[in-house]
Design a protein around this ligand. Structure first.
Ligand code: PLP
Length: 282
């Protein structure tokens, strides 16, 4: 079936969806995006993602093309038009067509309808290795389209047998390229960095679910030298949900197997998603 994307508010066949070469997103990397799943036709946690999209736009001083409620309606219309029940939506907003190749103009905006990304089951069953890498994201609270470092180091990660990276600044860890990082310390406290990270929507749900389950949680800076005290670690993201981490560089985490807390929170998150789907109002 032909699929539509929305380009500046117009539904266009996916194969023909395009913008022009003077776009500031292309020329200078000036753009933001957001990304969420569609499950059983429901845009998961759409209001959280729209709020973050709006915050990212505000930081880059880009005007949202539509008020949030209208953008929400537009997204629901696209999901209906494509009839895709299991999918993913990418919102994009760029600096627009810059005459001088530098100055933002009327933003271009896109709503792209993708297939749902898949994470291999063995990554959840066995857990993954992270490779640490010194890198501080520019404007970390903005979901910008800039993934220069992440994409540049992908072969190094492959060579290290690490599907994902763990960024740090030499003292503190922050997050992965597209996921947030949690660690359960030997004190029994679940800790996750709060500054210098993208505030993930999955991170937010997991913090909420952990508190609900009576697990002590701290949002605070996490030092590299605390990692050897980890009983468990995991990543959270829209695509990955809760993904156990069993090794960081040459350091084994806990027993080197996915731990019970990651499993418990993964199940709680799935139940939370099901409840969202069941009670969603368009
Ligand atoms: C998208 C992203 C995350 C995860 O956020 P979710 O809303 O949970 O998907 C974390 N860090 C970075 C840098 C990201 O781009």
């Amino acid at each position: 079936m032909d699929r539509f994307h929305s380009i500046n508010g117009m539904l266009v066949e996916a194969a023909l969806a395009a913008i022009s070469v003077s776009d500031l997103g292309l020329l200078r990397g000036y753009g933001i995006f957001d990304f969420f799943l569609v499950r059983r036709g429901v845009p998961m946690f759409v209001d959280d993602y729209l709020a973050r999209f709006e915050r990212s736009a505000r930081v880059l001083e880009l005007l949202l093309p539509l008020p949030v409620p209208e953008l929400r309606r537009h997204i629901l219309q696209l999901i209906q038009a494509n009839g895709m029940k299991e999918a993913a939506i990418r919102l994009l907003l760029t600096g627009g067509y810059a005459d001088d190749g530098y100055t933002p103009a009327a933003p271009n905006w896109m709503v792209l309808h993708h297939d749902q990304p898949h994470t291999p089951a063995e990554r959840y069953e066995q857990g993954i290795k992270l490779m640490t890498w010194r890198h501080v994201r520019e404007l970390p609270e903005v979901k910008s389209t800039n993934y220069l470092t992440a994409i540049q180091i992908r072969h190094r990660l492959q060579q290290a047998g690490a599907p994902e990276v763990l960024y740090h600044d030499g003292v503190h860890v922050s997050e992965s390229a597209r996921s947030n990082f949690f660690v359960l310390l030997d004190t029994g406290i679940l800790v996750t960095p709060v500054q210098g990270v993208l505030h993930g929507i999955t991170r937010k749900q997991i913090l909420h679910l952990a508190a609900q389950a009576g697990i002590p949680v701290e949002e605070r800076p996490v030092r590299l030298d605390e990692l050897p005290r980890a009983q468990e670690a995991f990543l959270t993201s829209t695509v990955k949900g809760v993904l156990p981490v069993v090794q960081i560089d040459e350091q084994r985490i806990g027993a080197g197997r996915p731990g019970p807390l990651a499993q418990q929170l993964g199940q709680a998150f799935e139940a939370h998603c099901q409840a969202y789907i069941a009670t969603f109002t368009p």
